[in-house]
Design a protein around this ligand. Structure first.
Ligand code: APR
Ligand code: PHB
Length: 397
């Protein structure tokens, strides 16, 4: 339940969803002097606790600094200049992406970004949690009407624009009439079991381990908390393996069974399906789709959060153009610009997914092809540089 005052009956921008996309959009609009109302279904505590991705591209970090929420990230975020590949023959190879393309990435959990955005919200801003039955009741060429249940009362909010920041399962995308929007979807025949462990990471840099047993990733959230992933068959339940089995499998894939993976209690686990989806266009009348509401990527290249941040920034600039200068070109161009970046993100995420995972029926021929791709990546500076550019940021314009 929200304890804040009753929502205004009219606002320039109604934002549905308080994930990173919705909160950042509200913050950037506020800095431009544009009011908004944010309607979130879950509680504030739930939103701030949700552990998700944790790799921020340089462009994302710059956007967060511009939004005035970069201070803790600059203090506590871990700047990385490279990662390691571990290949099926047990060999290790460093990918020095910063040296190759001049850009770093930062390890800083998505929930920390969300906490910083929540902390930056000022009292007079309209941010409502526990809002039920959010529905876009009218979507006209010149405005919209959003209905919801707020503190048990039916509430109507008239607005100029709706920002659909409500994730893949939200209500915004389905509000677009059938036939106006095309969904492109690709399901990958594998899932990731992710764990957060109270243990220092095996190495200070990420390790992407490709082995005959499957894929494993060693990542981290801090010097004492590891984030680890195992590829698992898509039908496997989140509780299928015991903690000891998960640790043993991670150790086999990441160290070849050397027993050197630091151990510590598993704090939480999550099953992540590997899915790709894009909705085109990302705008219908006065509704703009932002982040996961418009597109999702498999986690392989950690692009989801970065694409969401890039969308929010683009829409904030477009709305600023509209309100401050009466210009509509940026709004009209939002979908095309955001989709160009989203498809770049899709392409790299799909390529990375194919590189990291044997398919269930992988033939010896397919395995050799993946080996050849790795060899090219490890022996050609041009190839490695192109990879490094995509890994560290599609957000450059
Ligand atoms: N009404 C109000 N809020 C809703 C509704 C609804 N009907 N449906 C969903 N929401 C809220 C969710 O509770 C969530 O807080 O919308 C928010 C969407 O947030 P995210 O799913 O985090 O999506 P986004 O902000 O686009 O961020 C993308 O999230 O899934 C990861 O990898 C992805 O890191 C990326 C990031
Ligand atoms: C993560 O830390 O969650 C993470 C890092 C890199 C990836 C995917 C996930 O490629």
């Amino acid at each position: 339940m929200s304890t804040a005052a009753a929502a205004p009956r009219r606002t320039p921008v109604c934002i549905i969803g308080a994930g990173p996309a919705g909160l950042l959009l509200a913050r950037l609009l506020r800095l431009s002097g544009i009011e908004s109302v944010v309607l979130e279904r879950r509680s504030r505590e739930h939103v701030a606790r949700r552990v998700r991705a944790g790799l921020l591209e340089q462009g994302t970090v710059q956007t967060l600094r511009t939004a005035g929420v970069g201070a803790r990230l600059d203090r506590e975020g871990l700047e990385h200049h490279g990662f390691r590949w571990r290949l099926p023959d047990g060999s290790a190879h460093r990918m020095p992406f910063a040296e190759l393309c001049g850009a770093s990435v930062w390890m800083y959990g998505q929930q920390e970004v969300v906490k910083d955005l929540l902390a930056a919200h000022t009292a007079e801003q309209s941010l409502y949690f526990g809002v039920e039955d959010v529905r876009i009741a009218e979507l006209r060429p010149d405005g919209a009407l959003v209905r919801c249940t707020l503190d048990g009362r039916l509430t109507e909010i008239a607005c100029d624009f709706v920002a659909g920041c409500d994730g893949f399962h939200g209500v915004s995308r389905p509000a677009v009439p059938a036939g106006e929007l095309t969904g492109h979807r690709l399901d990958h025949p594998v899932a990731w079991l992710g764990v957060l462990a109270a243990a220092p990471p095996l190495s200070p840099e990420l390790i992407y381990a490709v082995s005959d047993r499957g894929f494993a990733l060693q990542s981290m959230r801090s010097p004492t908390v590891s984030r680890l992933y195992l590829s698992v068959p898509p039908g496997e339940g989140v509780d299928h393996r015991t903690d000891a089995e998960i640790r043993q499998e991670l150790d086999r894939r990441l160290t070849g069974g050397a027993g050197t993976l630091p151990t510590g209690p598993i704090l939480e686990r999550v099953l992540v399906p590997l899915r790709s989806f894009v909705a085109e266009p990302m705008q219908y009348r006065r509704l703009f789709l932002v982040g996961d509401a418009a597109h999702i990527v498999p986690p392989s290249a950690a692009k989801g959060l970065n694409l969401a941040v890039a969308d929010a920034r683009l829409l904030a600039e477009a709305l600023d153009g509209w309100y401050a200068h009466g210009r509509r070109e940026l709004l009209d161009g939002y979908s095309a610009t955001a989709l160009r970046r989203a498809w770049q993100g899709q392409e790299f995420s799909a390529a990375m997914t194919a590189l990291l995972h044997p398919t269930p029926q992988e033939s010896a021929f397919d395995r050799r092809l993946r080996g050849a791709r790795f060899e090219r990546l490890l022996s050609s500076t041009a190839e490695a540089t192109a990879f490094a550019e995509q890994y560290t940021g599609l957000a450059r314009r």
